[in-house]
Design a protein around this ligand. Structure first.
Ligand code: FDA
Length: 580
């Protein structure tokens, strides 16, 4: 026994990844300890965009209202403007985060939730305090130093930063959620692909009442296209709403080949005045920081009993708002697996599927966010602000009554439309499909995408996909399919004629000791499909069944009733739990 204490899961980091991992594990009844080097959670509002999938996870945890209540609501998120400054000329607008009427239909059809905008400074305390209320132990001012692992567990050496004393914590598993400079990922030697420090960027957080410039076009993002706005940074200058309309975050780039600037009050105020286009506004500076743009992802996310998640395995610019969302979704993927293994219901082999399922997502989102960053280039070109723009083109020439003017206007519209891939990438946000040993293929090929897979979510019950959302009824209550599944247990869904699956589920649950709750969807049964949407979405017959994992992804699908459903389900569960 070392000096210190023991836990089931030791989590390094209390950011979106670590805080969420602790929340999920605590909700599943797993003993866990969170360490964070600082005295409290995030002190700057970095991530804000909270996409539908993340809100769904919070709904599963029973805290959706807290998240949406503290966040800025969806209808205020969407009139994203491109301008020479907030007070200056407006060049174009794009309706973002599913607020275009056509896209709103896509978003509301796809999920019981809507995106919201919640600063990390408000989100992290909700994650961490709810986790603590559900049993997690949170150690602030505590720094992870090193780890060793053996066949039975992990021993981490840590330092109490208040007293300077060092001690050890023994855990069965360790999660490295320690951000973009992850020491855990380095210590376990995760292979990383890509490059760090591609561009320089600075954040300036300030208070100022900007209502007169923004309230008529409510949005979370105002992009500023000025000379110099293409240097470094995330594609253009950005005035980012933190709280409507008096708290803001300016993102401005710098040349990474030069030393990082010292952003003092005078410089910060000048940049803010410049991007707002009004040097009379009263700027109350709250903080500044410099950071760099990365394009790096882990090709492997775990070694032995140590699992990394969040920015530790995907490092990319904030474009697309995927960072904290993907971090939280990593945690959701791993937490139920750890819970099942720690409760003795699954073999540790189940944990290998974390890597198989999340490493491809890490690469996908890093590539997507970086591509989005560079896709501002077309807008600058359309405005005549790049060396390759046609001769004579200027920002004003788009107003000309000439063939060139008309062509320029068309090019600008197309360039702005391209930003849908950053601001309305519904397929990226919601359409993750897994292929791993925790998904039992049903022999059907992966369904094709009939629209752009990044822009559009394609519902399917193909094994590995997230269960499609639709509204069902239970008595007088209206519930989403996503409300039926989750909560840390497996569910089985069948229809009228699928009673054999229900009996099989009871046998399998009893014999394998796994929580599996069966439901019949049909007239007069547990749940009713009064709108007929489930029949349209389920892609199985009335007598078939879906087994849904605790993270709402389909584990197993049978189109019709099996001759021996108990054997079929037993084999499926033994396979996905690694018990064969
Ligand atoms: P994060 O860095 O948040 O947390 C790391 C944790 O580890 C901290 O608690 C830290 O104290 C701890 N730690 C580190 N080393 C330690 C050690 N040795 N010992 C103990 N503790 C240690 N994302 C998004 O989804 N939507 C958005 O809109 C945006 N917008 C955005 C804007 C800007 C300007 C930036 C810079 C970033 C974003 N992001 C974003 C990205 C988002 O902020 C980022 O992806 C998440 O914070 C990553 O969460 P993690 O928990 O992985 O790491």
């Amino acid at each position: 026994m070392t000096e210190g204490f023991e836990t089931d899961v030791l989590i390094i980091g209390s950011g979106p990844a670590g805080g969420a991992a602790s929340l999920f594990l605590s909700s599943y009844g797993i003993d866990n300890v969170v360490l964070t080097r600082y005295r409290w959670t995030a002190n700057t509002p970095r991530a804000h965009i909270t996409n539908q999938r993340t809100v769904e996870l919070m709904r599963d945890m029973g805290i959706e209202d807290e998240i949406t209540g503290k966040g800025t609501s969806h209808e205020l998120m969407g009139q994203t403007a491109f301008c020479t400054s907030l007070a200056g000329e407006e060049i174009g607008r794009i309706r973002t985060w599913g607020t275009h009427p056509q896209r709103l239909a896509d978003y509301t059809e796809a999920s019981p939730t809507l995106p919201c905008d919640l600063p990390q400074t408000l989100f992290e305390p909700i994650l961490v305090s709810t986790a603590a209320a559900r049993g997690a132990r949170i150690r602030f001012d505590t720094e992870y130093l090193s780890l060793t692992q053996d066949a039975d567990g992990v021993t981490a050496r840590v330092r109490d930063r208040l007293s300077g004393s060092e001690y050890e914590i023994r855990a069965k598993y360790l999660i490295g959620a320690d951000g973009g400079r992850s020491k855990v990922a380095q210590d376990i030697g995760l292979p990383m692909a890509g490059a760090m420090d591609l561009e320089g960027s600075m954040n300036i957080v300030f208070e100022a009442d900007l209502s007169k410039y923004v309230a008529h076009r409510p949005s979370v993002l105002y992009w500023v296209l000025q000379p110099g706005a293409q240097i470094g940074g995330i594609g253009a200058g950005l005035v980012r709403m933190v709280r409507p309309w008096n708290e803001w975050l300016v993102v401005w780039g710098y040349d990474i080949s030069q030393p990082a600037p010292v952003v003092d009050e005078a410089m910060a105020t000048e940049i803010v005045h410049n991007l707002v286009g009004d040097d009379t506004i009263d700027v109350k500076l709250k903080g500044t920081s410099v950071w760099s743009v990365n394009h790096m992802y882990a090709e492997q996310t775990s070694v032995g009993r140590v699992f990394c998640m969040g920015d530790a395995i995907h490092r990319h610019p904030p474009s697309n708002g995927l960072g904290s969302n993907t971090s939280i979704q990593d945690a959701y993927n791993l937490a139920w697996k750890l819970a099942l293994v720690l409760k003795g219901q699954a073999s540790p082999r189940l944990l290998d599927t974390y890597d198989a399922e999340r490493a491809p997502i890490a690469k996908q989102i890093v590539d997507r966010a970086n591509k989005s960053r560079t896709q501002f280039g077309q807008i600058f070109r359309a405005l005549g602000m790049t060396p390759d723009a046609p001769a004579g083109r200027t920002i004003d020439s788009r107003k000309d009554d000439t063939a060139e003017g008309a062509a320029q206007r068309e090019e600008l519209r197309e360039a702005i439309k391209l930003k849908d891939y950053e601001f309305n990438a519904h397929g990226v946000e919601l359409g993750q499909r897994y292929q791993s040993a925790a998904v039992i293929p049903d022999g059907t090929p992966e369904p094709l995408y009939d629209k752009d897979p990044e822009l559009y979510y394609h519902p399917t019950t193909w094994p590995g996909a997230r269960i499609p959302h639709c509204w069902l009824t239970r008595g007088t209550e209206t519930v989403s399919t996503l409300d039926v599944v989750g909560k840390g247990r497996f569910t089985l869904l069948t229809g009228i004629g699928g009673d054999a699956w229900i009996k099989a589920a009871e046998v399998v649950s009893e014999q394998l000791g796994v929580e599996l709750e069966p439901f019949v969807i049909g007239p007069g049964r547990d749940l009713e499909d009064l709108y007929g949407d489930w029949a349209r979405l389920r892609e199985i017959t009335d007598t078939g069944c879906l087994v849904v994992r605790p993270d709402a992804h389909i584990a197993y699908r049978a189109s019709t009733v099996d001759a021996d459903p108990t054997t079929a389900l037993t084999e499926a569960f033994e396979g996905l739990l690694g018990r064969r």
